[in-house]
Design a protein around this ligand. Structure first.
Ligand code: ATP
Length: 458
């Protein structure tokens, strides 16, 4: 990231100052690894989700959406394996009582050269001993042994103690797609191969330092499960790798900031697995995952629910449990990548530096800002604003010099500023200023909607 001006501190500060993201529960001193999206941030995140849905549901052949419940029957998590094995290896510092993930300690200590994913707990403990990995908080070396903690948040349902049942906040959205496999297939009359997509909240009791919204305890996932026949799975795995990559390029990510990383250690059910990593301000880290999950998920649900998950081919009557290619990306993690990718400090000819967020226009919070050159042009500006609002999310600003107003829009990434001036009254034209080039063109008022539609499409 040497060529980029962005740092995590700058992003956090900009996000807080401009209403993109605030620390969670801030007036109570905050709460670790929680963040609240502000008026600008919620628009950007919604646009990211819309772009994803458009690409992977609306524009995909044979893909369908669901919105499953967050709270699911606890048996779901037994079938998926989460109740027994969804845990992180954690160590406590006996001196300052802080808690850490052993794998993260090793990764940080070896500067990414050692991959703890392939190590057992005993091997990780041995590494930490041998290399005298000290506590990153207090600098002492006095660790407990590794203990594993389940990452699922538990809660209970029922009004009396006797009737309380342990249930979980879902740690991933995927199971909502798997348990609805036959419901979706039946009601859409889809033939395998077909896909089920979902965007929704997931919860994980993560203790690792969050790196802003990179790792939070509550986050949104955008997941797409592609159900296909065994034998075609590797071909679709490759297809989803390239679809996931292309989606990022189309959102204006530079290819040199992205890379594939195959998993060194495959989960017992996985046949192939990789991540797309992004060059985040803190270094290369997972942005999304693509997994060939075989027929593991549907077979387990068949076993645990006692309900068949078999698909019957309507043409030849063949019966089989489909394989699943999973593509999963965090909306918040993609938001962080998009913020980081967009951030720029541009030195202008007069030596001034302008902060500009060069988002793809489709994900920018506002497609345009309407600015009356002077306050007495506000009625005309508001008339245009009202017209544009029917089509796009647009904003309005009449405070301060036009230059300052441009800068404010640059900082939140508004791609176009439309200025109403005295010529507007004379000849019905407006000035449209481009965020990136700062070039200005004059357009007829009647052409503004078509212009923005074309320029901000995804
Ligand atoms: P990691 O190794 O970073 O913990 P993971 O491999 O456990 O991630 P998956 O379970 O495959 O992640 O989840 C799919 C996607 O969900 C990830 O690629 C990431 O974009 C997002 N994600 C996972 N955990 C978090 C989290 N705690 N906060 C924000 N996003 C997350």
């Amino acid at each position: 990231m040497a060529t980029k001006a962005v740092t995590m501190e700058k992003l956090v500060a900009l996000c807080k100052a401009r209403g993109i993201i605030f620390p969670g529960s801030e007036i109570y001193g905050g709460m670790g690894n929680t963040w609240d999206y502000g008026p600008v941030g919620v628009e950007i995140k919604n646009n990211i989700k819309r772009a994803w849905w458009k690409r992977f549901v609306q524009e995909s052949d044979n893909s369908f959406g669901v919105d499953a419940a967050i709270l699911m029957n606890a048996r779901v998590w037994e079938a998926s394996g989460h109740t027994t094995s969804f845990s992180d290896p954690k160590m406590d510092c006996k001196e300052c009582k802080s808690r850490h993930r052993a794998d993260t300690l090793i990764e940080a200590h070896s500067k990414g050269k050692v991959n703890p994913d392939t190590m057992t707990n005993a091997e990780m403990e041995a590494y930490i001993q041998e290399h005298q990995v000290h506590c990153p908080i207090c600098g002492k070396f006095n660790w407990t042994n590794i203990r594993t903690f389940n990452l699922m948040f538990e809660t209970s349902r029922g009004v009396t103690d006797e009737s309380q049942n342990k249930i979980y906040l879902r740690p991933e959205t995927a199971q909502g797609e798997f348990v609805n496999f036959l419901n979706v297939q039946r009601t859409t009359r889809a033939k395998v191969p077909f896909g089920i997509a979902q965007i929704g909240k997931a919860f994980r009791n993560e203790i690792t330092p969050g790196n802003f919204i990179f790792r939070t305890i509550e986050f949104e996932q955008m997941e797409h499960q592609w159900f296909c026949k065994e034998g075609t799975d590797s071909e679709y795995y490759a297809e989803f790798k390239s679809k996931a990559w292309q989606f990022l390029l189309d959102l204006s990510f530079k290819p040199e900031h992205l890379r594939f990383k195959d998993h060194d250690k495959l989960a017992h059910y996985a046949k192939e697995a990789c991540d797309i990593q992004y060059d985040f301000p803190m270094g290369w880290s997972e942005l999304n995952g693509i997994h060939n999950r075989t027929d593991y998920d549907l077979s387990r649900h068949q076993e645990y629910s006692g309900k068949t998950m078999t698909y019957i081919d309507p043409v030849n009557g063949e019966r089989f449990i489909p394989y699943v290619i999973e593509y999963s990306i965090g909306a918040d993690r993609l938001m962080l990548a998009a913020l980081s990718e967009a951030y720029d400090e541009e030195t202008l000819e007069n030596g001034e530096v302008r902060n500009v967020m060069r988002f793809h226009p489709a994900i920018a919070a506002y497609k345009a800002a309407v600015l009356p050159l002077q306050k007495n042009l506000a009625p005309q500006a508001k008339e245009l604003l009202a017209k544009l609002k029917k089509h796009f999310n647009v904003t309005y600003d009449e405070a301060g010099s036009i230059g300052k107003r441009y800068r404010r829009q640059d900082e939140i990434g508004t791609p176009y500023c439309i200025t109403i001036d005295f010529d507007t009254l004379e000849n019905g034209t407006v000035t449209v200023r481009d965020r990136d080039s700062m070039d200005q063109v004059r357009l007829d008022l009647g052409g503004v909607i078509a212009f923005l539609t074309e320029k901000t499409a995804f």
